[in-house]
Structures are given as C-alpha cells and as structure tokens.
Design a protein around this ligand. Structure first.
Ligand SMILES: [Ca+2]
Length: 349
C-alpha cells in the first residue's frame, strides 16, 4: 500500500514536470533553439523566470513528499504496533489453546480410566464366570451322568468311574438317560461272544451295547432306574421300567441282582430273569443244566428256564413270530429296542 502511494506520487511529479516542460516549450522554435517568438528577447532571462517557477514547484513537491513520508511513517508505526498487538494476542491465544489441549488430554485420560475400570472388572467377572463354569463342568464329570445334557454323545462321569463317552437321551420321560443298549438299523451283529458282551461293542452313534463290566460299575455306584423302550413295526412304542436296577460283578457272571418295582405298558417279562446270570453261546451260565438258552435264544440273563425278553435275538426286517427273534415276549419280533438307565435319586420331580 505504501509503495503504491510512493509510485503514485512519483508519477504525479513526472507528469507535472512534463506539463511545465510543455508550457516552457512555448519559447522554443521548431528547431529547439532559444529564441522567443519575436526572435529578439534574451533567452537567459526568460529561462531564469521559468527556473524560479520550477524551484517553487519543486519545493512544493518536496513538502508534499515530506508530508507523505510523515504520513507513511505514522502509518508504518501504527501498522507495526497493530502487528505487535496481534502477535501478542496470537501468543496469548496460542497459550490458551495449549492449555485447552492439555486439559482435554487430561480429561481423556480420566475418562479412559473411568471407562476402562468397568471393562477391567467385566473382564475379571468373565474370567471368574469361566472358572465357575469350568468348576461346574468338573462337577458334572464327578457324577451326574447325562443329567441336564441334550440328546447325543457326551463325555460323562459317574462315581467311581473314569469319564467316558456316552449316548444321552433327553427326550424320554424327563431325560437324563444313559443309553446302554440300542438296536434299530441292523448294522451291528448282536450274536456275539462272552468277551464282547463283557467289554461292550458296536458304535455309540449307531447300534451298540455298553458292556456288562461298565454296567456293573455304573449300577453299583448308586441306585439306577432301567427303562426298556420297545418299538413295533407299526410304530407302536411300549416301555417297561424298573426302579432299582443293578448288575453283579464278573465273578458272579454279571447276574441281574436287582430290578425294583415294575412299571410299564407291557408285561413284566424281566421278572423271569431276576437273579439270573448273564449267558452267551460260548459261556453257558444259565441254571438249565441240559440246555444253553443263549445258544438258542441269544445272550441274556437266564434262570432255570429260558423265559424272558430276547433283546439280543435275530433282528428281523418285518413283523414275525419266531423264538429266536429280537422280542419282548419271546416270540413277536420288534423293529427297534433301547435300554436306558439313569440315577433314580437324580430324577427331576
Ligand atoms: Ca445251561
């Protein structure tokens, strides 16, 4: 802005000078020589008169320049002052801004602590819940069997036994059942030796028998309920249940030492084999000296006669009457059977 003023002034001076030169040229001839229009006057005298006029004009210009310099100096001072003030205000504002930023930083740290503390507590609670769940899982493995578990294969624990995989059934009468024997698709042979029935066989996700030794251990750990689930070819389902089922040890040929009270939709056929020993075609333990019930009617518990269910008999594909069939009454073939047990003290009321 100052530079613009100076330039304007200079232009003004030049133009003014040029104007005077033009006016002065009134006494110059066409060739530029110092002769007045009448050609006789003293050129020097005329020049000095114009010189005075120039001098006055120059002084006038100088005063104008000085005046403008003063104005410019004043403006320059004021501008510097304003700049200094602005700089001061800028520094003050910068300082305030720094304080504000620092305050925000501290606030953020404080808020983070406030927010992080509940998160830390939540994490500890989650860890504690996880530990509790683990404890509960261990508790589950200390003796509740299939109680509270869904239908399917689970690793369970019963008192006195190592944890083992079991097929649980949660769909029949309150659930909590351990399936110990299952036949439904004829994929497994149940015409087996003593050792097979002792240790168990088949696939837990298919047809299988849990094994007499395991059955003895489970049913002697506490009081167990037995349920026999019988399906006919027309889809009819019958059941027989006993409220105190237990199996003797190997030294007693896994005898059926207890059944308890009967309840069911069919005849109480297991009563005929109570106290009978388990017998297979290669291990005749029945009390029928002249006969091997298992050889003719499949492995089962037997007494002095061969009466009783034949749930390890031949698994016919249609309704059929045969003494060797998989049957409850010893004659009428069944389409599917299941034997299930659960601790009777654990039954939900
Ligand atoms: Ca015999």
């Amino acid at each position: 802005m100052h530079l613009q003023r100076v330039l304007s002034l200079c232009v003004f001076i030049l133009l003014s000078g040029f104007e005077n030169v033009i006016s002065t040229s009134s006494w110059l001839d066409d060739n530029g020589s110092g002769r007045s229009p009448d050609g006789e006057e003293d050129l020097y005298g005329s020049y000095c008169q114009n010189c005075q006029a120039y001098k006055s004009k120059l002084y006038e210009y100088l005063r104008a320049i000085e005046q403008n310099q003063k104005v410019l100096s004043t403006e320059h001072y004021e501008l510097n002052h304003r700049l200094a003030m602005m700089d001061m205000r800028f520094r003050d504002q910068n300082s305030e801004l720094s304080k504000t930023i620092e305050g925000l930083r501290l606030s953020n740290e404080f808020l983070l602590k406030i927010l992080l503390e509940p998160l830390r507590q939540l994490k500890n609670m989650t860890k504690a819940i996880g530990t509790q769940a683990e404890v509960e899982l261990k508790d589950n493995l200390t003796g509740t069997g299939c109680k509270g578990l869904s239908s399917g294969i689970h690793k369970i624990k019963v008192p006195g036994l190592e944890p083992f995989n079991a097929l649980c059934n949660a769909d029949i009468q309150g659930g909590g059942w351990i399936v110990i024997h299952k036949r439904f698709d004829r994929s497994e042979s149940f015409n087996r030796r003593w050792s097979d029935f002792s240790h168990g066989f088949g696939q837990i996700n298919g047809e299988f028998f849990i094994g007499l030794e395991q059955l003895h251990r489970i049913t002697n750990s506490e009081r167990y309920e037995l349920r026999l689930h019988l399906t006919d070819f027309d889809g009819t389902v019958d059941f027989a249940s006993y409220n105190n089922f237990s199996i003797a040890n190997a030294s007693n040929d896994y005898a059926l030492e207890s059944l308890g009270d009967f309840l069911g939709t069919i005849d109480n056929r297991m009563q005929f084999v109570l106290n009978g020993k388990f017998s297979t075609f290669d291990h005749d333990t029945d009390a029928f000296d002249a006969f091997n019930c298992a050889l003719n009617y499949s492995a089962w518990w037997f007494n002095k006669n061969c009466l009783g269910p034949k749930l390890n008999g031949v698994h016919y594909k249609r309704r059929f009457s045969a003494s060797d069939s998989m049957s409850w009454d010893g004659n009428s073939a069944l389409n599917a059977v299941q034997m299930l047990i659960r601790p009777i003290s654990k039954v939900e009321k």
